[in-house]
Ligand binder design. Structure first.
Ligand SMILES: [Zn+2]
Length: 451
């Protein structure tokens, strides 16, 4: 096979020596060059198609953006993790004894910062081990004396705001007519609700993530410009809130393609994040998000307070069918494997819609819950997480139609003020949580399961 010549294209908000089309002999050289540059300049970067290492893609697209603000010791640790100076010598003996070790085996062997290596880190270490052993005598290998920095309390808190507006009500699935009164509730959300939430966020200096169906972007352009101009992140949320579970892979691709075009016209950027309408998803979704360069998802629930790489669609399970012999369905789930999509987990218990949105005729969702009850449930989740974790994220999901109501706005004021009493709290859009995790500045977790 021909060696690949990756193209490094740099989208930058600051001056950088690299321009679109700069070429490097290998993808590794491209990554190292950007890493060196960004570390020297104290900049953050993200590789939009970082699976160059995993899937042997030839294109590496890098965005270099704002100066990052993590403390120097974290920075040092991140630099080491990326350069593998730390990990490779530690693994040399195991690799010397067993040169057939694969990246997945290395993940089982090696910890960095007390955590399991991410797959791409293990893969890099695996690549560098051969060269390391050629250049170093294993008997003389001295392990670098690295003291891991103590972790400081960090809590990334954020609102994901689903601007479903009219789309959720006209998504009847089978084309049947919606109740126009419900459509008017959607208009209320996009207008009154959005304005009140913008005011709330401004009062507390919070930048949020507005997951917006493309139907809302096209139907309420003035409102979307207000959101954009206030400096918030905007994320994808289907076209008319159609449920991904009802769509074929091709239909999902069509929706995503059109949505991304309209989105990019509004924001001038490729969207980073996605949340599945109704949190109903499909087997193919993660792969489709990867194909489209999406960085993170906010639909899955493997954890509630930690970011992680969401398992890809390969894991399989056998559905129970009691009409068949038990032997046909008594089988374990196959092993979960991480995708390249970061998960900022969804959580029904941190969502305003089920308890506070009346849906007449729906027994389980009468919507007239005292906000003090919801407030207590949300605060208790925060307090537990604060007690138990040194670092965690706290993503809340709200809707302008629901949280734009006066009694709910007052609840949010009380919740924000409660959270703000805690040390280490930073209010950030979900995209920032995902970036911190991807760049190794926020630990998160690895999701394991299956066999
Ligand atoms: Zn929604």
């Amino acid at each position: 096979m021909e060696p690949t010549t990756p193209t490094l294209s740099v989208h930058t908000m600051t001056a950088s020596p690299y321009t679109i089309g700069t070429t490097f002999p290998t993808i590794q050289d491209a990554r190292d060059a950007v890493l060196r540059y960004t570390v020297d300049q104290k900049l953050s970067y993200r590789i939009v198609k970082s699976d160059a290492t995993r899937r042997k893609k030839k294109l590496v697209i890098v965005s270099v953006y704002r100066p990052h603000t993590c403390p120097p010791e974290t920075h040092e640790n991140w630099k080491m993790a990326s350069s593998m100076q730390y990990v490779v010598p530690r693994l040399a003996r195991s690799f010397h004894a067993n040169p057939t070790l694969k990246a997945a085996d290395i993940q089982e062997l090696e910890l960095l910062g007390g955590r399991r290596l991410k797959y791409h880190q293990a893969w890099r270490a695996r690549k560098q081990l051969e060269t390391f052993l050629q250049n170093n005598n294993i008997e003389d290998t001295i392990l670098p004396d690295v003291e891991e920095p103590p972790q400081r309390k960090r809590v990334l808190v954020g609102y994901g705001i689903d601007v479903d507006a009219v789309s959720n009500w006209i998504n009847t699935g089978d084309g049947s007519p919606p109740n126009p009164i419900n459509v008017s509730r959607g208009v209320y959300g996009a207008t009154v609700g959005v304005d009140r939430l913008l005011k709330l966020l401004e009062k507390y200096n919070i930048k949020a993530t507005w997951f917006t169906p493309t139907h809302t972007i096209e139907s309420f352009p003035k409102q979307m410009v207000k959101i954009r101009d206030a400096g918030h992140e905007i994320g994808l949320h289907g076209y008319t809130h159609e449920h991904v579970s009802d769509l074929s892979d091709e239909q999902q691709r069509s929706v995503l393609k059109r949505s991304m075009e309209i989105f990019t016209k509004l924001t001038g950027q490729i969207p980073m994040g996605y949340t599945a309408p109704g949190w109903k998803t499909s087997k193919g979704l993660i792969r489709i998000l990867e194909e489209h360069g999406i960085i993170y998802d906010h639909s899955f629930m493997h954890h509630d307070f930690q970011p992680y790489y969401v398992p890809d669609s390969n894991s399989q399970w056998v559905e129970t069918n009691t009409a068949n012999a038990p032997e046909s369905w008594m089988a374990p789930m196959t092993r979960l494997r991480p995708s390249t999509i970061v998960e900022i987990p969804a959580n029904w218990h941190l969502d305003d819609w089920p308890p506070l949105q009346p849906n007449p005729g729906t027994a389980a969702q009468q919507g007239f819950v005292d906000t003090q009850v919801v407030e207590r449930l949300w605060k208790e989740q925060f307090d537990y997480a604060y007690r138990e974790y040194t670092t965690f994220i706290f993503p809340m999901t709200i809707h302008p139609e629901v949280s734009g109501k006066p009694h709910v706005l007052l609840m949010h004021e009380r919740i924000i003020e409660h959270i703000n009493q805690h040390e280490g709290v930073e209010w950030v859009p979900f995209g920032d949580m995902a970036k911190e995790f991807r760049e190794g500045r926020f630990p998160g977790v690895t999701i394991e399961g299956g066999v």
